[in-house]
Design a protein around this ligand. Structure first.
Ligand code: GLC
Length: 478
């Protein structure tokens, strides 16, 4: 099968969130199963010289975006069995930040048009065009017509994956003809129209041959207004072509036996010594008391509301009454940054606020911490709980989305499960399970080791999920 995978961010080239991890690992898994996979993404300013020097320039052409005719260059790079196509246009992409500009609608409409034009220009006929989130949501809509104009698109089917329904690409209706270059007939309730606005994600759900989201539980949650951010009606109506497929992670990249960022590598067979060394190094690095026996509770996340940080700030002092240390890594909303900054002053040597983005430090935390706290209000999939488990760091999560599908609750009678979970968005419920976790850590070392082993040996690879995507591709190709 020939698969064109379109994403606005792809690790390791450019990353702001989990979308980049998925776009950086799923294509390789599909290629490993014997398919021809090309990944297409914008050539942002911040994609460094180390990558640029490995690219070859293929060609340039004009892309028509309503009344605009704009330059589009294509650069190519091969890596791990996958071909990457980088879309060059410095007017749109030579900017310091990749999102957050006044003309984001136009920038990603251009990118989406480029995704549609490239197969014809390079004479490569994809069977599947797999799009992700609002930035590429226009692609399945364009495909409805363009497959009749461009011969190489004649047999193509579209798949759209929702990584987070909060971001919908919603704009005033003036963008329809002037920016997206779509005829007024697309502005109807069965396509792009949404409360008098244009909504790209709604359009993609309607226009795609199939829609997926990143965990089975989130697929069900999306049918509820609480999770669907206005699109529950559309999701329920289209439910027959929507499926949740759990994300995998790059198990080679997040491997405690190989990761070069951590001070001491270790394996699932005997994690104790290596993890202890990582813990001491972490305590030293982030200013916690160097104490091997005190459990470290870690958070690595964007510090935003839907990640559930108000639950943490609500009972912070009760958490710190226990014999624990905490480390928080991430940036985000001022209220949370401020709360964690002051916690560090309240609890010197016991609470560490690392208000930054750092991939190496995140790996040191996954390796050196004992517990990983993720109380998300909603979590389409979540990757860090899986990474934490790979490193033998036991998760504490709310039972939502992918957290529910990956962290099975510990059962103290049977000794089964992977972590500690609570179901309601309630700080005291969270506190209760944190206490349970800390008690197990202190009182039952054998059970704790068993839990760690369960976590470290769980299969979080793409093996299973890549096959589920292929089944969907086959089904819609008929
Ligand atoms: C988004 C979601 C996250 C998911 C990721 C990759 O970032 O918020 O839950 O893991 O996409 O699909």
């Amino acid at each position: 099968m020939k698969i064109l995978f379109a994403s606005s961010e792809v690790a390791p080239f450019i990353k702001t969130g989990g979308l980049a991890d998925v776009a950086g690992s799923l294509p390789g898994a599909l290629a490993a199963l014997g398919h021809e996979v090309k990944v297409i993404l914008p050539l942002y300013e911040s994609i460094g010289e180390n990558w640029r020097s490995q690219m070859t320039f293929l060609k340039y052409f004009d892309v028509t975006l309503a009344w605009r005719h704009v330059y589009c260059g294509i650069f190519q790079l091969e890596r791990g069995g996958v071909t990457y196509w980088f879309v060059d246009n410095e007017y749109y992409f030579k900017r310091a930040q990749i999102y957050g500009h006044f003309d984001d609608c136009e920038r990603f409409a251009f990118f989406s048009r480029a995704v549609i034009e490239t197969p014809g220009q390079l004479d490569w006929a994809p069977d599947i065009i797999h799009c992700n989130d609002w930035q590429t949501a226009a692609v399945p809509i364009y495909l409805l017509e363009e497959k009749y104009r461009i011969p190489q698109l004649g047999g193509a089917r579209s798949v759209f994956t929702i990584h987070n329904i909060e971001y919908q690409g919603r704009y005033g209706d003036q963008v329809l003809e002037d920016v997206l270059g779509l005829n007024h007939s697309y502005f109807n309730e069965g396509m792009l129209a949404f409360h008098d606005d244009v909504n790209l994600v709604k359009g993609a759900i309607m226009a795609s041959n199939y829609v997926t989201t990143v965990s089975p539980t989130y697929a069900e949650e999306l049918r509820l207004p609480f999770y669907a951010h206005g699109l529950a009606g559309v999701i329920n109506e289209q439910h027959g072509k929507i499926q949740g497929i759990l994300n995998g992670i790059d198990v080679d990249l997040y491997d405690p036996a190989k990761n070069p960022d951590i001070p001491c590598n270790f394996t699932a067979a005997s994690p104790a010594k290596g993890k202890a060394a990582c813990k001491l190094a972490l305590q030293k690095a982030v200013g916690l008391q160097e104490n091997p026996d005190t459990p470290i509770i870690a958070c690595v996340s964007r510090l935003v509301g839907h990640k559930g940080f108000s639950l943490v700030t609500d009972v912070l002092h009760q958490i710190m009454e226990m014999n624990v240390q905490m480390v928080v890594l991430g940036t985000g909303e001022y209220q949370y940054e401020e709360a964690f900054r002051s916690a560090q002053n309240w609890y010197p040597g016991r609470f560490s606020a690392q208000l930054a983005y750092s991939a190496p430090l995140s790996n040191q935390i996954y390796a050196g911490a004992d517990l990983f706290l993720m109380p998300s209000v909603s979590e389409p999939c979540g990757l860090s709980q899986m990474i934490a488990m790979r490193y033998g760091t036991v998760p504490i999560v709310r039972e939502t989305g992918g957290l529910k599908d990956t962290v099975f609750p510990y059962n103290k009678f049977e000794g089964t499960g992977r972590g500690f979970t609570f179901s309601d968005i309630n700080a005291n419920d969270m506190l209760w399970v944190i206490r349970e976790a800390v008690a197990l850590y202190f009182d039952n070392k054998a059970a704790w080791k068993g839990l760690q082993k369960e976590d470290m040996t769980a299969d979080f690879s793409w093996n299973n999920s890549a096959k589920q995507y292929l089944e969907i591709y086959q089904r819609i190709l008929g």
